[in-house]
Design a protein around this ligand. Structure first.
Ligand code: FAD
Length: 404
């Protein structure tokens, strides 16, 4: 029997963006459904889960969901840098635990979560605006009518594609990683490994999770390189390249693979009755291709703005625009600057990377975090200028401006 439901808001995708949008919306006393196609929230992990302590605290993520990091090591073919701190400023998330916590917070407030609900189609009114979605659930064809739909389906962007508003991402990162038990690891130090042998357009990483468990991965920029990240990952592990050697015996626990958009902020993210958030909106920092904190932060903004619009009785694109205005104001210029740094990095030879690490070496931990987070605001640049010799500041400014 076909199933039909009526909600004020339907959110598609139970990742960090979708759960956060549902959480913020239900707080405003509207009827919210969160639809996830997998058997459970975060059944498949598609991310390395690095984020920042400041954001973790802001979101209220519990302490048992992450491993804190206070040393940041980089290596290139002939150079190595470690920036150390006394306090942790970064973290590696237990992705399943965190994503399930996010979804559960929304469930506790009254969101109806439907798993095994694979949404494929949109329902339109006579004007062509979206008024619901349909797909296949445990009981067959299922339809959800709603005043607003939030597309939080991540990279595939299923809903906005079905509306004909967007095409597949042209530029994206492909990443493969193993979660592994290792013999020796410093659990508060991460490694980023750069240069041709690791990735011709990207980087490799070792992110520790505590208990002698690490995520070792390779990310490759597409279409810049046709290297298969899984194959490259297997090769660097087999050869025990660079810091992998220090880990001793390795035992695979789980394999993760994922795609992340890298087309900049090229999409419109509000339409009549529809919002795009997280990876479906392309909200990722291109420097290290991280998007979890944006997904949570702007997910919450999207949920709040959608609920306000629903309560006002007007859900057209103008009523939903405060969401887009919010995220553009917060990250647009930073992401554009980060895109220039990324372009410079994509063009670096091994020798160029060796030199780049010498510049990065000059940064204090806090400055390094601002940099890697793409927090290139004026006040941070002024702080840099007052704390460093002219040459270093000029080099750093040139990096941010994307000059070779
Ligand atoms: C290899 C790799 C490593 C990464 N490492 C980091 C990192 O270290 N730190 C960081 O911050 N970011 C990282 N990212 C990026 C980060 O994972 C994303 O930015 C983030 O997951 C975006 O969240 P989201 O909720 O928008 O999408 P997703 O996390 O992709 O969630 C989308 C959800 O929607 C569901 N879904 C999709 N289609 C449908 C459908 N048709 N019907 C129902 N449900 C559907 C999916 O099953 C999924 O649960 C990485 C990405 C990759 C690929």
């Amino acid at each position: 029997m076909p199933k039909e439901y009526d909600y004020d808001l339907v959110v598609i995708g139970g990742g960090p963006a979708g759960s956060s949008a549902a959480f913020a919306a239900v707080k405003k006393d509207i009827k919210v459904a969160l639809l996830e196609k997998e058997n459970s929230i975060a059944e498949t992990v598609r991310t390395s889960g690095v984020t920042w302590i400041q954001n973790i605290k802001e979101f209220g993520i519990p302490d048992d969901c992450f491993n804190p990091i206070k040393n940041f090591s980089f290596c290139s073919p002939n150079n190595e840098v470690t920036i150390s701190d006394t306090v942790p400023r970064a973290a590696v998330l237990d992705v399943r635990k965190t994503y399930r916590w996010l979804a559960n917070e929304s469930r506790k407030l009254g969101v109806d979560i439907f798993v095994k609900m694979n949404i494929k189609n949109v329902i339109k009114n006579e004007k062509g605006d979206i008024v619901g979605v349909s797909g296949t659930g445990p009981n067959g064809k299922t339809t959800f009518h709603s005043k607003v739909v939030i597309d939080a389906t991540g990279f595939p962007s299923t809903i906005c594609k079905a509306m004909g508003f967007v095409h597949q991402w042209k530029r994206f990162g492909a990443g493969a990683e193993y979660e592994m038990k290792v013999e020796h690891v410093d659990s508060d130090t991460w490694w980023l490994m750069v240069g041709q042998q690791y990735s011709p357009a990207g980087y490799a990483w070792i992110f520790p999770l505590g208990d002698n468990i690490v995520r070792i991965g390779v990310g490759v920029g597409k279409p810049e390189s046709d290297v298969d990240p899984t194959q490259r990952l297997d090769e660097i592990i087999k050869k025990k390249l660079g810091p992998i050697k220090k880990l001793g015996k390795l035992k695979k626990i789980e394999f993760h693979y994922g795609l992340i958009p890298n087309d900049g902020l090229s999409r419109k993210t509000v339409f009549n009755n529809l919002i795009l958030v997280g990876d479906s909106a392309g909200q990722a920092n291109p420097l290290v291709l991280e998007g979890i904190r944006y997904a949570i932060k702007f997910g919450r903004v999207a949920g709040k703005v959608a609920a306000d619009a629903i309560k006002s009785g007007n859900t057209n694109k103008k009523s939903l625009y405060p969401y887009e205005a919010n995220w553009r104001k917060e990250i647009e210029s930073k992401i554009n600057s980060a895109g220039k740094v990324q372009d410079r990095w994509l063009g670096l030879t091994d020798e160029g990377w060796d030199k780049e690490l010498d510049i990065i070496k000059e940064l204090k931990s806090e400055e390094f975090i601002d940099f890697i987070k793409a927090d290139f605001g004026l006040s941070n640049m002024i702080k840099l200028a007052t704390h460093h010799p002219k040459l270093v500041v000029r080099q750093l400014f040139n990096i941010v401006k994307g000059k070779k």
